[in-house]
Every structure is written in C-alpha cells, then in structure tokens.
Design a protein around this ligand. Structure first.
Ligand code: MRU
Length: 342
C-alpha cells in the first residue's frame, strides 16, 4: 500500500491515477489551483482521496495568500474554486469546511487540519476493513463496481479493504470486477490493486452482472459511496443502482462501505444529491497504450453522435443490506444513520 496524496511544504503530491495501470508516477501540485485541476481531470479521484486533496488545496490557499492584503477574499474565492471541482463527493465539502475554519486561525492550523482529515480517512478505512471482513464466510465470491480501494482513499480503501483483510485471514475470496465504463476504474484501477495484492479476480463487462447472479456465482456485492443521504440513499458510480436492483432480485446481500464523512446529514434523500455530468468525450473515446507502451486515445463510437455522461446514480436505501462505516455496520435507514452521526 502507498499513500495516495500528501502535503510537503506548500506542494501537494499525489499518485497520477490517469496513467495507471500502465505507469506509476507522482504528480506535484504547486498551488491550490493546480490541485483543483488535478481533482477535476481525475488525476486524483475516489471519494476519500478527493476529500483529502480538497482539504490540502484549502490549506495551500491559506499558505499562498498569507501575505495578500485581500487574503480573506482570496481564500473565500479559493474555497469556491475547490468546491466547484466535483459536486457529488461529500468528502470534498466535509474536508474543505474543516480546513477553512482551521485556516481562519493560521495557515499552519490549516495544514495541520488537512493532515488530520487525511489521517482520519486512512484510519476509518482500516476499521471499515476490519468490520467488513467479518461479513465474508470462509469462501466468498464478491462483485464490486468502480474503484473503492486504497487508490480511492488515502490508504486501505472501503469496499476493497474487507477483501484484503479477509484474504490475509486465510479466507478464500474471489472478486468479479465490473470494468465500470466509461472511465474503466474497475478494469484499470481495481484490477491493478487486486493483482498487486495477489487477490484472485476477473474483470467483467458491465453488462455481465445479471447473468452471473442468475447463475449463483455472486455471494455478495460490496461497493463504495460518494455521498449518503440522511435517509440512507447512496450516490455511487453510475451503474451501481442496476447492481443493487439485480442483487435484490436474486437475494444477494448488497453492502455499501463508506466512512461517516461521506454521510451528508443535511441532505434528506438521494433526490437532493447533486449528480455530476462529465465530458461526453469520456464515453466517445477510450485511453490505453499501444504495443510500444505509449498512451493512445481512440474514438470508439460512431462519429457525429453525442453522448450523455452522468458520473453517478442513486441507489434507494431499500436495496441496501447495510452500510459498513468506521462506527459499525448500520442499516440504510434514517434512524440508524442519525444514531451514528450524533
Ligand atoms: O468518479 P470517481 O472515480 O471519483 O468515482 C468515485 C468512485 O471511485 C466510486 O464511485 C466509488 O465507488 C466511491 S468510493 C471511492
């Protein structure tokens, strides 16, 4: 494992996720605006990692404008820039809020707070792994969607953390990895993580889940979350809703793994969760490498047609067996959520 993002001096460093799984590089963001761009273009992505990066960006803004006569205005503008990078991930707003208030004391306090946010993300993920691994029998076939592994957080991950731990405990786990169109976070990132951790797995096209479930090949579904509403509705990578409805049809437990920092207690239901719409080119084109290992982009759809690229969907609470948080595994129900948030 490796930390996905950290701050050193006034620079933020992160794993360049757009190059994975083909190249492993560290990317440096010298200003808060560089960090904003890295969040927007998904150099860094995944709910917890976005949150940590956003907290660091806020701290960078306090450092950057410390001697500016208009610093109060500048950091407020910076906060808006950071909050406009990606609208769905709750952790981004949670981190910015915490670091902004600390920064009103001093830029140094902002840095310390941003590091606390990142450390908490890693320690929450570790606990989620410990609690979640108890859900697996000696042998379990698991389906996951998108990437909610250590790359998507500061460390450990959420949906994948229980799988890593269960494998360490000697349980026989096998993971069906949805490729997760259009950006293929499953096929590229989750598969890369699992491969590096020697976890048996296979990448499946997104439209295979129904057949595999009908054939009895899946014991359990576990996914991450980008925002959880107060009633237990969950926004996660587009395609999650379909998996949840299928799991319900085939009586397969469907778990969401997320820290409480992903819960938006002020958002009453999934209907109020803002859903990011991304560039249609992500659907129309694909990135990969050629036979010489050089990055290439190819158009894979009919020229002249447009595409619609909704990045997330909302799974109603009724389809969710439980939410694995660092405070316990709870029902996707407003009362249970209120109890862990109080
Ligand atoms: O668009 P992304 O890659 O930032 O989406 C976030 C995700 O990785 C998934 O939706 C994930 O399942 C949520 S938990 C990191």
């Amino acid at each position: 494992m490796y930390q996905t993002v950290w701050i050193e001096g006034s620079s933020v460093f992160m794993i360049q996720q757009n190059l994975l799984p083909f190249q492993f590089e560290i990317y440096e963001c010298k200003t808060y605006f560089d960090t904003c761009m890295a969040i927007t273009d998904m150099t860094i992505r995944g709910a917890g990692a976005i949150g940590a990066a956003a907290g660091y960006a806020m701290a960078q803004a306090f450092l950057q404008f410390r001697d500016d006569d208009e610093r109060a205005v500048r950091v407020r503008e910076a906060r808006q820039d950071i909050e406009h990078t990606r609208p769905t991930a709750r952790n981004l707003f949670y981190a910015v809020e915490r670091v902004y208030h600390a920064g009103l004391i001093s830029p140094e306090s902002a840095v310390v707070e941003s590091q606390k946010v990142a450390q908490k993300d890693a320690s929450d993920s570790k606990i989620i792994g410990e609690l979640g691994s108890g859900l697996f029998n000696k042998k379990a076939n698991i389906l996951t969607h998108c990437n909610a592994g250590w790359l998507a957080f500061v460390d450990y991950g959420t949906a994948l953390a229980p799988i890593y731990l269960a494998a360490k405990q000697g349980k026989e786990v096998f993971v069906y990895v949805d490729e997760t169109r259009p950006r293929n976070q499953g096929g590229k990132l989750t598969a890369w993580e699992l491969h590096n951790n020697n976890i048996p797995h296979v990448i499946i096209p997104d439209n295979s889940a129904a057949t595999l479930m009908a054939q009895g090949k899946i014991d359990l579904v576990i996914v991450g979350a980008d925002r959880i509403a107060a009633n237990g509705d969950v926004a996660n990578k587009i395609g999650t809703l379909g998996r949840a409805i299928l799991a319900n049809e085939y009586n397969i437990p469907f778990y969401v793994a997320a820290p409480t920092s992903t819960i938006d207690i002020n958002c009453p239901t999934g209907k109020e969760i803002p859903i990011e719409e991304r560039n249609p080119d992500e659907v129309l084109y694909q990135w990969g490498i050629d036979s010489n290992g050089n990055p290439i982009q190819v158009r894979i759809c009919s020229p002249g047609s447009e595409a619609l690229n909704l990045a997330f969907d909302v799974t109603p609470a009724k389809y969710i067996t439980g939410i694995i948080t660092e405070k316990g595994i709870v029902k996707a129900h407003h009362q249970s959520i209120k109890t862990i948030m109080d």
